[in-house]
Structure formats: structure tokens, C-alpha cells
Design a protein around this ligand. Structure first.
Ligand SMILES: Cc1ncc(COP(=O)(O)O)c(C=O)c1O
Length: 371
């Protein structure tokens, strides 16, 4: 007899939302030459964060502070909120799992975008929630549609990424603030700002940190270049952040991650320099796309979504061609966004490889798919 999983667990497939670059490398039997597919930061962490993490290595026999006291104090000071407004966890992905667990049980309606960030859906599925999926409009999340659906379904949870993955699109601060004002009193918007540091002026909304209807997430994985350390945080009303203490993995954020994140937060100069390099890199990706007759969509993130100009099969063939040429890139999978590929900001060598590989990948795709 197999072990008796819950009916929900027995019904779910054993798959994670993303195929890792390493998995593809193992399949291919050779490493990638450019890793510009997971929206990591090729520019790495601040040298000060690196030094802090190296120093913390010798203390890694210790559990990290389970209350994350210093981390919360530093984040609170940085954002002009109180430590009670902060919850810290193992990446936004980890925090998403917890927030879903706090609000979702079997058949709880949950509002999200059709084709949005799949890890949120993964957690909702893991708790048996009922999806209310709102399609993108013009390659952007449908913010009004998301709010309407939340009201109509009396949904507890609404997920909204601003700026967004996979389309790199955004809504203005004023528009997000107006959407929040319309939210029912007993609903919670998860405002995923994983790419917040890259957003142009006027995108990040002003939100009352004590408004129990909004929980905004930020991460050290993107602009701070620490995806492998697994540390991110939420800013929300104390009654919401406190609830995480019922279920969070209290030693989940390592002592090394805490030390690195503290130093990274203090090094705003490095952050500015990374954002600058990301912007230059994105401009070059757009140029490479244009040289190949493709259109780069506007981006408020650390990646560029490139419209391959045809359907999903064609874009998949282009992606395969780039992977064949040793470039790790990804693509959206939901129509009509699946006509695009998604390229993370890279360094000059990465983008030289992209420039060299793209014409061949496009030519091969045209042969495979026809036309
Ligand atoms: C919208 C969005 N949210 C969250 C994450 C994951 O963040 P973390 O590394 O903090 O789990 C990503 C990573 O690609 C993302 O695109």
C-alpha cells in the first residue's frame, strides 16, 4: 500500500513551477555560457554584503536570530515604518507559501492574473484554493479587472505584481493607490514588488503600512543580487505580519543571509550602480532585438520581454535555438504573451553571446515552424 496522502496532495502533480537552469544543463550534458533566464543579477551582491557573508560563514554553526530583530529594525528604518510592520522570510516564494496558508483552504476563491507569476499559483493549488484568473490586457495585468473580480467573488486574496513578471509591465503609483482604495475591507492584496527597485519614478505607490488590506513584498534576490541566499520581506499591518508567527519556519532565514542582507541594505551606492548597469543592459537587449527585426516591450524590471512577432510555437522554437546555443533564457507560456521570450539583464559578454546567437536561432525557428 502506498502512503495515504491527503486527497488534495494525491491530486497534485509532483512538479515545481520552474525548470532550473541546472536541470537543463544536466539534460544537455553541458553548461550554459550565459545565464540570463531567471532574472537573477549577474552583477552580484554588493562587495560589502559579500564581505559580511564571508565573515558570517564562520558563525554558521549558529542558528540565525529567529526574531530577525536587527533585520526588521534596519528594514523598518529604511522604509519609514515600524518593525512590527515587517515580516522576513525565505524569499518572496517562501512568504507567498505562508500567506496562502494563512488565508486559503479548499475552494477559497483567490484572484490572480492568467499567466502571471506561477509560484503564487503553485502555492494556491497546494492549499486547494479556487482560482479566479483575470487575463492580461495589452500585455499588462488588468488591475481594474483584478479588483472587480475580488469584489464579485468576495475573495480574501488578490495577487498583483507591480512591476510584473513575465511582461515587465507596470501600473503607475496613482493607479495602484486608486485600486487599493476600492478593495473590500476584508480582502488582502499581495503586492509583489520583487522588481520594485528597478521601477521608474512614479510606479511604487504610497501605501499606509497599517492598512490591513495590503501586504507588499520586496526581495534581496533581484537588485541586491542575492537570489541564492533566500531572503525577502513583507511590509504590512501588524495584525497581518504577526499572523506569520503562527506558521513560519522560525530558523528559515540563515545567519549568513541575515548578515548579507543587512550589509546589502546599507550599501545603497551599490544598488544605484546595479540599477544603472541593468538599464544599460536592457537598452542593449532592445537594440539587439531591433537589429533582428523584433520588438522589445517597455520594461520596469531587470529583464526585457521580446515580442518574436509570431505565435507561441515560433517563440518556443526561438527559445530552443538560444538554449541550443548555450544561452539560458525563458519565455511566458500563456497566449497571447507566449509569442515572447524573456531575457534578463546581462553583462557585456552575455549580451555579445546573445547578439551572436539570435540571428541563427531566428533562422532555425523559421525553418522549424515554417514561414
Ligand atoms: C514576480 C516575482 N515574485 C517573486 C519572485 C521570487 O522572489 P524570491 O527570490 O524572493 O523568492 C520572482 C522571481 O523571479 C518574481 O519574478
Amino acid at each position: 500500500m502506498p502512503p495515504r496522502f491527503t486527497p488534495l496532495m494525491a491530486s497534485l502533480p509532483s512538479t515545481v513551477p520552474f525548470v532550473g537552469a541546472e536541470t537543463i544543463e544536466r539534460r544537455r550534458g553541458r553548461p550554459f555560457r550565459a545565464r540570463i533566464g531567471a532574472n537573477e543579477s549577474v552583477f552580484g551582491p554588493s562587495p560589502k554584503a559579500l564581505a559580511a557573508m564571508a565573515a558570517a560563514g564562520s558563525t554558521s554553526w549558529l542558528y540565525g536570530d529567529p526574531e530577525l530583530f536587527e533585520m526588521k529594525a534596519a528594514l523598518a528604518a529604511h522604509h519609514g515604518v515600524r518593525p512590527e510592520n515587517i515580516v522576513v522570510g525565505e524569499g518572496i516564494d517562501g512568504l507567498l507559501g505562508l500567506v496562502v496558508r494563512l488565508f486559503v483552504e479548499k475552494d477559497t476563491p483567490v484572484v490572480t492574473s492568467f499567466g502571471g507569476y506561477p509560484t503564487f499559483d503553485y502555492h494556491v493549488a497546494g492549499h486547494g484554493g479556487r482560482f479566479v484568473r483575470v487575463p492580461y490586457v495589452d500585455d499588462r495585468e488588468n488591475l481594474e479587472g483584478l479588483v472587480e473580480a475580488t469584489i464579485c467573488e468576495a475573495a480574501q486574496l488578490l495577487y498583483f505584481a507591480n512591476p510584473d513578471n513575465p511582461m515587465a509591465s507596470w501600473w503607475s503609483a496613482g493607479e495602484v493607490e486608486a485600486a487599493i482604495a476600492r478593495l473590500p475591507e476584508d480582502s488582502l492584496m499581495i503586492l509583489d514588488e520583487a522588481y520594485g527597485e528597478f521601477a521608474p519614478e512614479g510606479v511604487l505607490p504610497k501605501v499606509d503600512p497599517d492598512d490591513p488590506r495590503v501586504l507588499r513584498f520586496r526581495t534581496f534576490s533581484k537588485a541586491h543580487g542575492m537570489a541564492g541566499m533566500r531572503i525577502a520581506y513583507g511590509i504590512g499591518a501588524p495584525e497581518v505580519t504577526r499572523a506569520f508567527d503562527k506558521i513560519r519556519n522560525h530558523f528559515g532565514v540563515s545567519i549568513v543571509a541575515q548578515a548579507g542582507a543587512l550589509a546589502a541594505l546599507a550599501d545603497q551606492e551599490w544598488l544605484t550602480s546595479v540599477i544603472d548597469r541593468v538599464n544599460r543592459s536592457k537598452a542593449r537587449i532592445a537594440e539587439i532585438a531591433a537589429e533582428n527585426g523584433l520588438v522589445a516591450l517597455p520594461s520596469a524590471t531587470n529583464f526585457v520581454t521580446v515580442d518574436c512577432g509570431r505565435d507561441g510555437d515560433f517563440a518556443k522554437a526561438v527559445l530552443d535555438g538560444l538554449i541550443e546555443r548555450d544561452l539560458f533564457v525563458r519565455k511566458p507560456w500563456t497566449p497571447p504573451m507566449d509569442r515572447c521570450i524573456r531575457i534578463s539583464a546581462g553583462n557585456d559578454a552575455d549580451l555579445d553571446l546573445l547578439a551572436a546567437a539570435l540571428p541563427g536561432a531566428l533562422a532555425d525557428a523559421a525553418k522549424t515552424v515554417g514561414g
